[in-house]
Design a protein around this ligand. Structure first.
Ligand SMILES: [Zn+2]
Length: 307
């Protein structure tokens, strides 16, 4: 197994690096995930080469996601994607809402079908998307929201040179080979007083750290992710910016989903038993995981002073 000379995030020496798992979902060559004893990040090593990464994202991503999550995820169909993400929209709005300015310009990086942007556009925010998938990009533009292939294209467009009030993304950062550089590019695009807010998986989540479900572990550690952050690892990254920051905790998946993982070793259990268990129990379960800091989601917030 190839061993890293140092942590890919903080540069700590090889003595601080430990193997988490040598099983990497979707990898065609020998790779492992390592955990750094200094910054606590887990990372893929070796990372994908530029060529492997291009191949992975260009053609395979939608197919890959569909095969992982099942056809109900509606990845192939932008309209179905908007509908199937209604719950994601409602959940993300709970923490976004108190952090949004009354008006202004919003950029979502990796906006997919644009499901987060349409309600904000209706409220009068000037919304812009960045999305590498051509099918989604075309759909977002067809709904009247400007959408670019990349953040670099947005940044080089004179129409947006005075920046954004809000930049957001969800489940994008962990796919980036240089997470600091990726966020730095967005901080530079923020107006004074602007906020950068993003969601990532939490490596301390219950399915990994409490329940020890082998099938979940095989599914979770996958080659599309360079990084898995814990609260400590995310703090380490955010502190490098020297800006006011916050970390929020959330739980996406419900008790039913966890029960199906435990019983069948498969995803797709969301809501399965909720009719019997009741929403109150599902909510209490989510809150318990958040209180125990074993929830599945971390939200990072960076603010740019001024404005
Ligand atoms: Zn490190």
């Amino acid at each position: 197994m190839p061993l890293p000379a140092e942590c890919r995030l903080c540069g700590a020496s090889n003595e601080e690096q430990r193997v988490v798992t040598p099983h990497v979902y979707g990898s065609e060559s020998e790779r492992a995930f390592f955990r750094c004893g200094v910054c606590d990040v887990c990372y893929l090593f070796p990372g994908l080469t530029a060529q492997e990464e291009k191949k992975f994202y260009a053609a395979e991503f939608s197919k890959f996601m569909t095969s992982r999550a099942g056809s109900a995820a509606g990845w192939e169909q932008p309209e179905a994607h908007v509908r199937s993400n209604e719950w994601m929209l409602q959940r993300r709005m709970k923490y976004l809402r108190p952090r949004l300015p009354a008006s202004g310009r919003v950029l979502e990086v990796g906006c997919a079908s644009g499901f987060m942007l349409y309600p904000l556009a209706e409220e009068g925010y000037e919304c812009v998307g960045a999305e590498p998938s051509g099918v989604f990009g075309d759909y977002v533009r067809s709904r009247g929201v400007p959408c670019f292939d990349s953040v670099e294209e947005v940044a080089s467009d004179p129409a947006y040179k005075d920046g954004f009030d809000v930049i957001m993304h969800a489940y994008v950062l962990e796919h980036m080979s240089d997470p600091y550089g990726f966020l730095k590019g967005q901080v530079d695009l923020l107006r004074g007083g602007g906020v950068l807010i993003f969601e990532i998986p939490n490596s301390a989540e219950a399915l990994i750290t409490m329940y020890d479900i082998l099938e979940f572990e095989r599914f979770y550690w996958h080659v599309g992710h360079h990084w898995y952050f814990s609260e400590d690892a995310l703090s380490h990254l955010l502190e490098r910016f020297g800006l006011p920051s916050e970390i929020l905790l959330d739980q996406r998946y419900d008790l039913s989903n966890h029960m199906i993982w435990a019983r069948d070793g498969k995803p797709g259990g969301m809501g399965r038993f909720t009719e019997v268990l009741g929403q109150e129990l599902e909510d209490a379960y989510r809150q318990a995981l958040i209180r125990a800091r074993r929830c599945d989601t971390l939200i990072g917030v960076l603010r740019k002073p001024g404005g």
